[in-house]
Structure formats: structure tokens, C-alpha cells
Design a protein around this ligand. Structure first.
Ligand code: G6P
Length: 615
């Protein structure tokens, strides 16, 4: 949450403020309540900031015209203080010569503000961040240089931070530091520039050479040099750069009206890439799980729904019961009862969701559990806390509402479950061969949904877009698709949606059913199909409008439903058992078109942000 982007260069022909503004726009998925940029020029700070989205602020304030070769910007997801202009970052000290941008939460901010106010500092915002600029101001007055002052200031701070600090009187460098909030450094030899950002897409069109900053590290960035230090010992740290594999255009809309549509269209190719990751990655992961006695799977939001699909796939193929736990509930749910020899599978797009990190840290530190992660971002914090990692092949996901990441996560979990079954000899070779063939055929099914069914799904979405309430019901392995379909619709189209195990719907939800209440059933022709028909009849009897996601060859439920979304997979039990990989995608498309029809920006849903780095 909150996007940070700083640039240090000596190249006079680089439009630095414009590049910062563009980089921030690529980070807007992290928050879009307010934005601001500060530049150093002529030993002065030049600051522009306001509430609102970067495009609108830029139209008023013209960020691109700001002078200077060193600067930094911020796009905010409000925590401390409402989303108004004075709380927009950067925040200055009393002299107006020191500027700070921050992602995270300083837990002792009240104490710091009190102490600094008592010493005569005047606060202009309600934020926790501003305390840091006043602390640095005091320390520079005592004669410390910018890096020393930043280090001492950070020692006073408790909580999580990705910080970038610059000062008018130190015009050759900026200081960055992190603890529990992400920060990555980009090295652009071609342009003679160094970047600091909350996430790689900020600088992806400029360079693919990156340096990871670990927790409790700071760095001084100069135009041609990066010096990293350990925050706890102040000792220099050596770090090699690495090449990011994501393609440079992955962080651009490429002619699409929204990132979400671009990313939805990428799903078939991304799932195909996931299915073809090296066998050795899958084997190492699968063997780590086989060795354990107790199994948990944890994540937040959409990634949690991938865990629900994973649970079903592990039960179906590997005959292992994996307990899904929301990462924010992990510690409370497992208090004193995690068993020895447990494995925790953590699933995350960003690898930076703080609740997910806390869950795995708790499991590791308190119970010595093994951590196996399915993560989209190479080098993210979660990869560093994990014993085994599978990197998903989604590439950068910019739309706040996750979709291609979900599909690759479920595909990865399916690969692992199948591999465990093979390694444990639970599946005859010819059966596993059939599953492999069906798995290889899944991307073509997804591609057909995209090319041949998307317009039908769009029409359906427009028909129902204005409905204020929806139920999404399913049984067994499809409960994950129902949950994800409901979440997607809720978060971008703003209708009230609830997902339920269909059998449970008669224990309460059915009380709300009146004539024309839309109920979406996820109904692959698996062993839940006949029982699901009973639930459809119960809803129909009370006047509900039935919309069903069914196989293309379906007849029975099609007869009962008002509308159907049809999944073009072959009539084959192996495909049917892989339904979690195919039945969610059309519901993501459905939500997208409903949101657009209702006039909402699906890339930036109200109040939400991606990469949730607060508890
Ligand atoms: C937020 C995002 C979701 C994401 C969830 C977990 O809610 O909007 O798209 O699924 O966080 O994030 P992670 O990065 O851990 O997958």
C-alpha cells in the first residue's frame, strides 16, 4: 500500500519529474487517495501535492514541469489522517529543506509527535510520517550528514516502513530504508540513473536490473552508486543485482482501456506458462509437503480463494487434507495447537502482504513449521521467509482486483497436488497421463472462453449489472470459484454479494430470496452436480433468477436456469476434475464488464489497494 518512486541522476536530458509521475501511475494500484512529488533544484525543495488521483492532480499542478535531477514521489492509501491535501506525501520539516515519503505505519507516532511538538516543531499534517522529517531536521542541525541523520531518526521509529528521504542541502543523494514494507532499487546504466520504488513496475519500462533491499537495511543512492547498510549494525552490505524477467511492456496498458481487461486477456497464456514451469521446482515443493504430518494453507483476499481451490485439489489428487486459514486469523486460530512437523503453504501475488508474512513467521518461529510459498514476485519478502518457493508466471499484475495471479496460483497448486499423487504412487500412470493431457488442454479452454464467449458474458453482465444483491453458490471444489466470483463482483461493481456452500444456503441466506433475486451457481458436471440441482430448485421455488456456470454440453441445469455461462471443455472426466482451473475465469470477466457498465474504474476500486502492507 502506498507507492513510492524516487530517481537520482546527473543526466540533464532526463525528464525526471515526468518519469517520477509516470512511475507513480504504474504504482497507483497501491493507493490513489492523494499524490505528490518533491524535486531538489538550486539547493531548494520544490513540492507539489494534492488529494485525488495522479492524472487529475497532474492536470492541475503540472508535475512534469518541476525542475531537478533528484526527486521522489508518493501515491497514498490513507491510514493516518484523511485523504486530503495536507496529508499527501511528501512531508517536509519546519525548515522546508527535508522531505520524507513513507509506506507503512509508525506505531509510536503519537509519542514522537508529542515529543517533537514539545521541542517546538510545528506539524502541518495528521500523518505518522511527518515525525520522521522533523527528527531528521533535528539530527542534521546537530551536524550529522543526511545518511547518519536518517539512521538515527529510524532508530526512534517503531513499526513498518519503506522510507525515502531527501534534503535540499544534500542535493547529490537520497536515502532509502525499509522494515516490513517493500522497497526495491533499479539500476539504469543506460540512462545513468538509480531508482527506488515500492515495486518493480515503477521502473520496469526503464530498466530490468534490480537490487533487493532487505528488511532492516538502508541505502544511499547516488547517480552512479548504491551503498547499502544494515540498519541495526550500520555495517556496509554487499548485494548483487539481478535481472527481472518480466517484459518491459508488462506494466503498460498497451491500448487496453483498463489493466484489468489486458490482464484478463493474458490469463490463457499465463496459465500455459505456469503449467510448463520446470519439473524440478514442482518436485522440490511436492517432496517438502510429502514429508510433513500436518498441512495448512494461508493467504488473504483472492489468494485465499486460490487456497480454497488448492484445498480441494489436494484432497482430490494427493489425498491430503490441507486446512485453509485466513492469514489475518492464522495466529489466533492456531494458538497453542499447531503440531510438530507442520507445513504451511502461503499463497500471495505480491509476497508482501503483511498478514501473510506474519502468519508464516509465527508458524516458523513458534512451531518450526516448514514454509512453502506460491508467490508472483521474485525476491519479495515471502520468498525470503520460505523453505521452498514456486514463482507464479502471471507477471506484473497492476489491476487491484487480482485475476491472472489467481489463475496461475490455482494452476500451480494443481500441479503440486498432481505431482504428490504421482510421487506417492496414489495415481496409476495411465490416469496421471490423462490428467497431464487435460491440464495441457486447459489453456485452450480458457482461450476459447476469451475469444468465443467473452461477448456473451459481457451481455449477461450488462443485464445484471444494476442488481444490488447476488448469491454465488456452489459445492465442493467449486466453492472457491463461487467465493472468488462473489469477491470480484463486490470489489469492482459494488453490489452486495455473498458466496455460500450451496447446501448451507437453506440455513439463512434463503430468507432473502424474493422474486428475481439473482443467484449464480457454479455447476461443473462433477460429483456435486445432482445435489446442486436440489439447491437450484429450492432457490427457483422462491422466485430467484438462476444464472449457472456450466459445461458447454450441459443440458439439465441449462433447462432450469434463466441464463448460463458455458465453459467449452471436452466431455471428459479429467477435464471435469480440473474445473477449478476453468470455472472462475468467466466470473472474473463477468465482474469486469458489470463494473465498466456501471461506470466504475475496475483498476482502482473504491477504498481498496493492492499489496496490503498494514495489519
Ligand atoms: C488485496 C488485493 C487482492 C489480493 C490480496 C492478497 O486484497 O486487492 O488482489 O488477492 O490483497 O494479496 P497478495 O499480494 O498477498 O496476493
Amino acid at each position: 500500500m502506498c507507492g513510492i518512486f524516487g530517481i537520482v541522476t546527473q543526466s540533464k536530458d532526463l525528464p525526471v519529474a515526468k518519469l517520477i509521475r509516470e512511475g507513480l501511475q504504474r504504482l497507483e494500484y497501491r493507493g490513489y487517495d492523494s499524490a505528490g512529488i518533491v524535486m531538489i533544484s538550486d539547493h531548494k525543495l520544490h513540492l507539489k501535492k494534492d488529494a485525488g488521483r495522479i492524472n487529475d492532480i497532474n492536470a492541475k499542478l503540472h508535475f512534469d514541469e518541476m525542475p531537478g535531477l533528484i526527486g521522489m514521489g508518493h501515491t497514498r492509501w490513507a491510514t493516518h489522517g484523511p485523504p486530503i491535501a495536507k496529508n499527501a506525501h511528501p512531508h517536509l520539516d519546519c525548515t522546508g529543506k527535508i522531505a520524507v515519503i513513507h509506506n507503512g505505519i509508525l506505531e509510536n507516532f503519537q509519542q514522537l509527535r508529542k515529543e517533537l511538538s514539545a521541542r517546538g516543531h510545528i506539524f502541518k499534517s495528521d500523518t505518522d510520517t511527518e515525525a520522521v522529517s522533523h527528527l531528521v531536521e533535528e539530527l542534521i542541525k546537530k551536524g550529522l550528514n543526511l545518511r547518519e541523520a536518517a539512521l538515527e531518526a529510524i532508530k526512534c521509529c517503531e513499526g513498518a516502513f519503506g522510507l525515502v528521504i531527501c534534503a535540499a542541502d544534500h542535493p547529490d543523494s537520497i536515502i532509502v530504508a525499509r522494515r516490513e514494507s517493500p522497497l526495491v532499487i533499479g539500476i539504469d546504466k543506460a540512462r545513468g540513473a538509480i531508482y527506488a520504488a515500492s515495486d518493480i513496475p515503477a521502473f520496469l519500462p526503464l530498466t530490468r536490473t534490480a537490487l533487493i533491499l532487505n528488511d532492516n537495511e538502508m541505502a544511499e543512492l547516488k547517480p552512479d552508486q548504491v551503498d547499502i547498510y544494515d540498519l541495526l549494525t550500520d555495517k556496509p552490505v554487499k548485494r548483487d543485482s539481478y535481472e527481472v524477467e518480466w517484459s518491459i511492456d508488462a506494466a503498460e496498458k498497451g491500448g487496453y482501456p483498463y489493466f484489468m481487461l489486458k490482464e484478463l486477456h493474458e490469463v490463457p497464456a499465463k496459465v500455459k506458462a505456469q503449467i510448463h514451469i520446470p519439473q524440478s521446482d514442482i518436485d522440490a515443493f511436492a517432496k517438502a509437503i510429502i514429508g510433513a504430518s500436518h498441512f495448512y494453507i494461508t493467504a488473504a483476499g483472492t489468494a485465499y480463494h486460490a487456497c480454497l481451490a488448492g484445498k480441494a485439489l489436494f484432497a482430490r489428487f494427493a489425498k491430503i487434507f490441507v486446512k485453509p486459514i485466513l492469514c489475518s486469523e492464522f495466529r489466533d486460530e492456531l494458538r497453542d495447537c499447531m503440531k510438530p512437523n507442520s507445513v504451511v503453504i502461503a499463497v500471495s501475488q505480491s509476497g508482501e502482504t503483511l498478514d501473510t508474512l506474519e502468519a508464516v513467521r509465527y508458524a516458523r518461529e513458534k512451531y518450526n513449521a516448514k514454509v512453502c510459498s506460491v508467490v508472483n514476485v521474485v525476491g519479495s519478502s515471502l520468498t525470503r521467509y520460505s523453505d521452498h518457493v514456486i514463482i507464479t508466471t502471471a507477471g506484473p499484475e497492476i489491476a487491484v482486483a487480482s485475476q491472472k495471479a489467481y489463475n496461475t496460483q490455482v494452476s500451480a497448486l494443481c500441479l503440486i497436488a498432481l505431482r504428490i499423487a504421482e510421487l506417492q504412487g496414489q495415481m496409476p500412470v495411465d490416469v496421471s497421463q490423462k490428467y497431464r493431457e487435460a491440464l495441457n488442454g486447459v489453456p485452450a479452454v480458457l482461450e476459447k472462453i476469451r475469444t468465443e464467449h467473452e461477448q456473451k458474458i459481457k451481455k449477461l453482465a450488462e443485464k445484471y449489472a444494476k442488481k444490488p444483491n447476488f448469491y454465488f453458490l456452489a459445492r465442493g471444489a467449486s466453492v472457491a470459484a463461487a467465493a472468488e466470483g462473489a469477491l470480484k463482483f463486490k470489489e469492482i461493481s459494488y453490489s452486495h454479494t455473498e458466496a455460500y456452500a450451496a447446501g448451507e444456503s437453506k440455513h439463512g441466506p434463503i430468507a432473502l430470496i424474493v422474486k428475481d433475486f439473482p443467484v449464480i451457481f457454479v455447476a461443473p458436471p462433477d460429483d456435486t452436480y445432482e445435489r446442486l440441482i436440489g439447491n437450484i430448485m429450492e432457490m427457483k421455488a422462491r422466485g430467484a433468477t438462476i444464472i449457472a456456470t456450466v459445461a458447454e454440453y450441459d443440458e439439465k441445469i441449462t433447462e432450469l436456469a434463466t441464463d448460463t455461462i458455458r465453459i467449452p471443455h471436452p466431455k471428459d472426466e479429467y477435464y471435469v476434475n480440473l474445473s477449478p482451473l476453468m470455472y472462475t475465469y468467466p466470473l472474473q470477466i463477468f465482474a469486469y464488464y458489470a463494473a465498466v457498465h456501471n461506470g466504475h474504474d475496475p483498476d482502482k476500486p473504491r477504498n481498496l489497494a493492492k499489496s496490503v502492507t498494514v495489519k
